[in-house]
Structure formats: structure tokens, C-alpha cells
Design a protein. Structure first.
Length: 327
């Protein structure tokens, strides 16, 4: 899947931008970013239509790209899974739902749940007639979610008090008839939330589709995982293009950005999945002798693998690998 926004979503954002001063949106972007970094939730940080649009302009491309990458992996690991219904919990302006629809054209009905009224209103305007979505304003910790084939919580756990995250993960899992997808920022804290959710889900009988090729404890969380070339926490990255308005909103010059994220795909036992394989944990390092790979393996251990240039078939295959890929 392409990390860039779908044309219909880009057109919706362009409609919202008509007649608005980009400088004002850039100032609002800075203010909402500061609010999030200070630990405020969406309900507190996004108070107006302009706040929601500023956030969407600055962050929607990145959150969409992360979700699109995660869903591409879900399609690869469970090729027969074709959800008809989606619960987007903590939906924000709806980027995750657009990514799900792009991944699975079979998706017919979407339920949005968010505490922010401006986010839900903007999501509805951006969707137009492209998504069949029902918005509900509510607190994620209230539980009682409607069932869906696919349940998504993207950049949502970070807004929940730590002592309530485990219960929320179990509530989301209870609502997932097929697959639960969790996406968090690719920070040490975001990865820690994903690992805690992983433990809860394995205990509840979930099968982990990705990124882990095993159900053993995360090797990166152990002291032995801290070594040169290996990230200190499990996370991945996707490069996405920046539009002119996106660059202006963020005060950036580069025509692209790298969104780092952590994620988890958990499935019900009846979701047919391909055998798990080792995962590339860092950007491959290419040199004259060959390519060096840092892997998380099916045994639950880390592995350093050198693919020599003289082994032409293996070297050609290794050249196509990127951070986050499965062998």
C-alpha cells in the first residue's frame, strides 16, 4: 500500500482548507502539538473546528501511513481475512479508517468512537460519501464496544491512564471478531504500551500475527537485547510524502518525513495465518562484504545475520529487505 493519502481524502482536506490562512493553521498546529506533548488528551487539546483541521493537516498523513503499513502486514500474514466491519476506537479525524478501506475494499460499515466532537465532525466531512461510517462520541474507558471483524486503536492508548489501559485492551479484544490492530508512537513509552498489551492479549488467548514471530517474551526488553545495531525498543518507520500545506503546517522544508511507530496485530484462532518468520528489526546495513541484518526470530531470540555479496541469490534477496520486513 502507498503511504500517501488517498486522492478522495486529499480532496476533502483541500476543501476544508479553502479560504483559511495557512499561518493561522501553523500556529494552531504548534499549540495542539504542545498540548499533546504536555499529556493532554484529544478531548482537551482539540477544542474547535480549526484545532481539528490543524491536527489533520499536520498529523493525519503520518498516522494514515503508519496504519496503512500495519494493514499491509495484516494482509500479508492473513491473506484470507476480509473484514466487512470496522470499529475505529479513538478514531480522531478518521485516517485509520481510510487506511483500512484502502487495504480491504470488502469493508462495508465503520463505527467511529472518539471523545472529541470536532474530530468526529471533521471526519464526517472528510469522508463525504467515500466511507459508510457512524460516529459516536464517548470515552474509550467506558467499554461496551460494538463487535466488528476488525478493531483498530491507533495512537489511542497513550491518552488512557496507565492503570486503565489493560482493561481497555481486553474490552477492545472482546469486541474483535477477527483481528485487533494497535498502533502507538514509535517511542520507548509507545513500545512499552504495546508490549504490555501483547502480554494481556496472549494471556487472553490471542494469536500474535505481527510484528512478533513468536509468543515468547520480547528479546529487546531483556538486557541481552541492548547491543550495537539493535534498537533499544521494538518500533518501525514509514517514509511518507509531504504536501506543500503539510510542510507549511509543520514549518518543515523536507518533502518527506519518517513516521516511527510501534504496533501489534492480534487475531482470533479461526483467522487463518501464514507461518510466522523472522522480522528485520533495524535498517539493513550494506557494505562491500555484504549486508548485515538484525532479526527477531521464531525462537524468541535475537539473531545477527551476515549475507555475503558472493552469495548472489541470497544477497539479491537481502537487498530488497527493509526495516520491519519479514524474511
Amino acid at each position: 500500500m502507498e503511504p500517501g493519502l488517498p486522492s478522495a481524502l486529499k480532496a476533502g482536506i483541500d476543501r476544508e482548507l479553502e479560504g483559511r490562512r495557512r499561518a493561522d493553521l501553523a500556529a494552531r498546529t504548534a499549540a495542539t502539538t504542545a498540548a499533546y506533548r504536555a499529556g493532554r488528551t484529544s478531548a482537551a487539546a482539540i477544542r474547535s473546528e480549526d484545532d481539528a483541521l490543524a491536527y489533520a493537516l499536520a498529523r493525519l498523513p503520518a498516522t494514515y501511513a503508519a496504519a496503512a503499513t500495519v494493514f499491509a502486514e495484516a494482509r500479508r500474514t492473513a491473506p484470507g481475512f476480509a473484514p466487512a466491519t470496522l470499529l475505529d476506537a479513538g478514531s480522531g479525524p478518521g485516517g485509520g479508517s481510510w487506511a483500512a478501506k484502502a487495504a480491504w475494499p470488502s469493508l462495508e460499515r465503520i463505527a467511529w468512537l472518539d471523545a472529541s466532537a470536532p474530530f468526529l465532525a471533521l471526519a464526517g466531512r472528510l469522508a463525504g460519501g467515500a466511507l459508510d461510517a457512524t460516529p459516536t462520541r464517548g470515552d474509550l474507558t467506558a467499554g461496551g464496544f460494538p463487535h466488528a471483524d476488525l478493531v483498530l486503536a491507533s495512537y489511542a492508548l497513550a491518552e488512557i491512564a496507565p492503570d486503565r489501559q489493560q482493561a481497555l485492551v481486553l474490552d477492545l479484544w472482546a469486541a474483535a471478531d477477527g483481528v485487533l490492530a494497535l498502533v502507538e508512537p514509535g517511542t520507548p513509552a509507545g513500545s512499552a504500551r504495546i508490549l504490555a498489551a501483547r502480554d494481556v492479549l496472549i494471556g487472553a488467548g490471542a494469536a500474535i500475527l505481527a510484528p512478533c514471530p513468536h509468543h515468547a517474551p520480547c528479546p529487546l526488553a531483556a538486557p541481552a537485547g541492548r547491543r550495537p545495531g539493535v534498537p533499544g525498543w521494538c518500533h518501525f518507520a514509514v517514509r511518507l510524502p509531504r504536501s506543500r500545506d503539510h510542510r507549511l503546517a509543520k514549518g518543515a522544508d523536507a518533502p518527506f518525513e519518517d513516521e516511527k511507530f510501534a504496533y501489534l496485530l492480534a487475531a482470533r484462532p479461526d483467522v487463518a495465518a501464514r507461518p510466522r518468520s523472522a522480522r528485520v528489526l533495524a535498517r539493513p546495513r550494506a557494505g562491500k562484504p555484504g549486508i548485515d541484518l538484525e532479526l527477531c526470530t521464531g525462537t524468541g531470540a535475537l539473531d545477527h545475520r551476515h549475507v555475503p555479496r558472493r552469495d548472489r541469490p541470497a544477497h539479491a534477496a537481502a537487498r530488497r529487505l527493509n526495516w520491519g520486513d519479514a524474511l
